[in-house]
Design a protein around this ligand. Structure first.
Ligand SMILES: Cc1ncc(C[n+]2csc(CCOP(=O)(O)OP(=O)(O)O)c2C)c(N)n1
Ligand code: SF4
Length: 273
């Protein structure tokens, strides 16, 4: 496990839910490496924000994206080398505000990458502005009298866009979250995990989640039932909402064009610059 921690100083606030996400992904990767993977099978991209600092702390290869553009980088990486498991870390502002279009289209085309959404319900790094997932009434720097916009349902939005694996975890339930991450990484197609992540400085939701989160025993029977469960705020469901197989983008593209090795691709790009 120690191998997966870089030597960079960690500046997340003490108690931040990002630590749980960090520990869960390390656990998933460690287990996969102990089975039949190597560390070089995994690559990450991240957005900009407190969540994005995971890029500095997690010792695997990757690319630090621009704000909202982490999935654009991830898709490029996957197209260039389909053998890799590409894991993207995004914030609720990053992936559903600045980068919403990349998120929806990656899900629509069933790009074979994983998006782990650190949902802390605000823009943490820039000190507490409202995000697309901030709750009604959320008080922060940009909404001192309370947020008047209802939030998106991240789960329902991604199901509607076409994500083939959709799940929700909680950063304080590390074993459960790590299992979800493992399933998401191994899933062939676009996999999305909304992680409920308390931000102790601007949106401390530990008490709410500790009381209301409930792990589902099984995947809902159909999309309608999944949607209904995803919206329940009294019993906040954790687990997999959808897991299905459908054609993935890089294979669909490859089936229409002769396959090229990475070397041939680079030569092709250089010749056609
Ligand atoms: C294009 C662009 N717009 C705005 C910013 C400023 N900015 C940096 S981080 C951030 C908010 C990040 O919020 P979120 O994605 O929810 O991540 P968190 O910090 O909460 O983990 C913003 C607005 C930026 N860096 N780039
Ligand atoms: S501001 Fe919030 S999200 Fe950012 S490190 Fe601190 S607790 Fe975590």
């Amino acid at each position: 496990m120690r191998k997966l921690i870089s030597d960079k100083e960690n500046t997340w606030c003490i108690g931040c839910g990002n630590f749980g996400i960090f520990n869960a992904i390390r656990k998933s990767i460690k287990e996969l490496v102990e089975e039949d993977h190597t560390l070089s099978d995994f690559v990450m991209s991240s957005g900009i924000g407190c969540h994005g600092k995971i890029f500095d702390y997690l010792d695997i290869s990757g690319l630090y994206g621009l704000h909202g553009r982490a999935l654009a980088s991830a898709q490029g990486i996957k197209m260039a080398n389909p053998q890799l498991h590409v894991i993207t870390f995004g914030g609720d502002g990053d992936s559903l505000g600045e980068g919403l279009e990349h998120t929806l289209f990656a899900a629509k085309r069933n790009m074979d990458v994983t998006l782990i959404l650190h949902n802390n319900g605000n823009y943490g790094l820039t000190t507490g502005q409202a995000s697309p997932l901030s709750t009604l009434g959320f008080k922060g720097l940009s909404t001192p009298k309370g947020n008047v916009e209802p939030p998106f349902s991240a789960i329902n939005l991604l199901m509607e866009a076409g994500a083939s694996f959709v799940a929700r975890g909680y950063s304080a339930k590390i074993d459960h979250l790590s299992d979800l991450m493992r399933r998401a990484i191994l899933h062939k197609g676009f996999s999305f995990i909304e992680v409920l992540q308390p931000c102790v400085s601007y949106n401390n939701t530990y008490e709410l989640y500790n009381h209301r989160c409930a792990i589902m025993d099984s995947i809902p029977d159909n999309t309608e039932e999944a949607r209904r469960l995803a919206l329940d705020t009294n019993s906040i469901r954790l687990g997999v909402f959808r897991e299905e197989e459908r054609p993935v983008y890089h294979e669909a593209v490859a089936s229409r064009a002769p396959a090229m090795t990475i070397g041939q691709r680079i030569a092709f790009l250089q010749e056609n610059q």
